[in-house]
Design a protein around this ligand. Sequence first.
Ligand SMILES: *Cc1c(COP(=O)(O)O)cnc(C)c1O
Length: 225
Amino acid sequence: MTIAQRISEIRGRIDRAAASAGRDGSEITLVAVSKTFPAAAIDEAVSAGITDLGENRVQEARDKKPQVHGSARWHLIGHLQSNKTKDAVRLFDMIESVDSIELAAKIARAAEANGKTQQVLVQVNVGREAQKDGVDPTQLQATLEAMKELGSLEIAGLMTIPPIGTPEESRRYFSMLRSQFESARGGMGSQFRHLSMGMSEDFEVAVEEGATIVRVGRAIFGGRN
Ligand SMILES: *Cc1c(COP(=O)(O)O)cnc(C)c1O
């Protein structure tokens, strides 16, 4: 199958999963995760209708972005080191991996210096795994409250990477993120509207549990080495 065929197949599966949950598939953004794949593959995806791309490294995005012809919104989905915040703000429309108040403050300062309002998601470590990035669920409210005080940031929602497991095992983590989102929502305003969860193996379950953004790499571009 070509990249275009895979995208169309995935879009169909998103729409069916949405319909089964009484949702409209058009409210779900498919982020094509292009890390490790060349600009030519990205161009193919954008020509096939992809509007949003995901990269996990600032450096790789900086190298590839100028070679990509089509226009798209770029999402940073990997851990952001604080010495790369300026580049990240310049390169990415959405930073999905904000995992501390300190990092949020650095991003806010860089955004202000750029005259930009930076869209961000707060990454939550729903499985409370020691090796994983993300805000601990018990600290989420306090983190969001502190982030609200920062200018030049649009806090657009939450993101998670659940512990490795089957799609059904992921479901309870997706559902946990959804509950956290619902409890935080009242205090956050209407721009707080996104739940980024679900990857190649489990995006349908994520959609059933309320994802508004799914991040799919291998199912679009093929395996990575
Ligand atoms: C690589 C990656 C994805 C996509 O994973 P696939 O298994 O290739 O679909 C999604 N989210 C994050 C944070 C990633 O690093």
